[in-house]
Design a protein. Structure first.
Length: 250
């Protein structure tokens, strides 16, 4: 039996007592992404609107301590293709749909966080599986995910489509997080070229990244998948992050 098989996985609807502990996990996002304004639309409402799509993993030997968590959002597709604006767009659609009582056609994964000592243990597979099951329970046919490739930040100048197409000798994606999704049945379908957008003053970007932002144009910052574009005359810098759409049939 794998060491993590003893862990219990439940939705927040099933374990509302873990709502506070849910937020104790250290996030995986770089600091600048915490300033994506769209994130607040979701995270301030997820417990109330989408508790069946918020997941917690608990170790019975440490009751009350959340070892991993996952977030997803239901949304109704507009048009025939998953949106170019990826992560940001499905959140906006999901909040609009919940407000207007519009039935969902899809569920999108948004985030999976696992304590460092349990990464690589299979918990990510279990959380993706739980999201698929929850999507099926909602009556939709696909779980989708605007995936943020783990190692793309090492190649900030490389085109995302080219990076996503990299494969190992066994045919699986070279990137670890894309590989996890494909290995459990996901299919890479397209790039979301503007999945997350963060803008701020030069002073804010200096605070978020430690970089000087004293030259105009592209600036490479740690853990960014592509360069940040700085405009010194306007005291503005903008980061537009591409992600990769992966589709899981449920």
């Amino acid at each position: 039996m794998a060491a993590t098989d003893r862990f219990t996985l439940a939705s927040l609807a099933e374990r509302p007592d873990l709502a506070t502990e849910l937020w104790s996990l250290t996030h995986l996002w770089p600091t600048f992404l915490l300033h994506d304004p769209t994130a607040d639309l979701y995270y301030e409402r997820c417990e109330r609107l989408f508790a069946d799509l918020v997941f917690v993993v608990e170790d019975p030997d440490e009751p009350g301590a959340v070892q991993a968590r996952g977030f997803a959002v239901p949304f109704a597709m507009r048009g025939d293709e998953l949106p170019d604006a990826g992560w940001d767009e499905v959140i906006r659609w999901g909040i609009q749909d919940a407000t207007d009582d519009r039935p969902a056609t899809h569920v999108s994964a948004l985030e999976i966080v696992i304590r460092s000592e349990h990464r690589g243990s299979g918990l990510a597979d279990r959380l993706i599986g739980a999201m698929r099951a929850a999507a099926r329970a909602r009556g939709v046919e696909q779980l989708v995910a605007p995936v943020r490739p783990t190692n793309k930040h090492r190649f900030p100048d490389e085109d995302m489509a080219g990076y996503a197409a990299r494969v190992r000798a066994d045919g699986l994606p070279e990137d670890p997080w894309l590989r996890t999704h494909v290995r459990v049945g996901g299919e890479i379908v397209r790039v979301a070229p503007r999945s997350m957008t963060v803008s701020g003053s030069l002073a804010e970007w200096r605070e978020w990244t430690g970089e000087p932002f004293d030259r105009p144009g592209p600036t490479i910052v740690g853990r960014a998948l592509v360069p940040v574009i700085a405009d010194l005359d306007r005291d503005l810098a903008v980061y537009v992050e591409p992600n990769v759409w992966v589709v899981h049939d449920v």
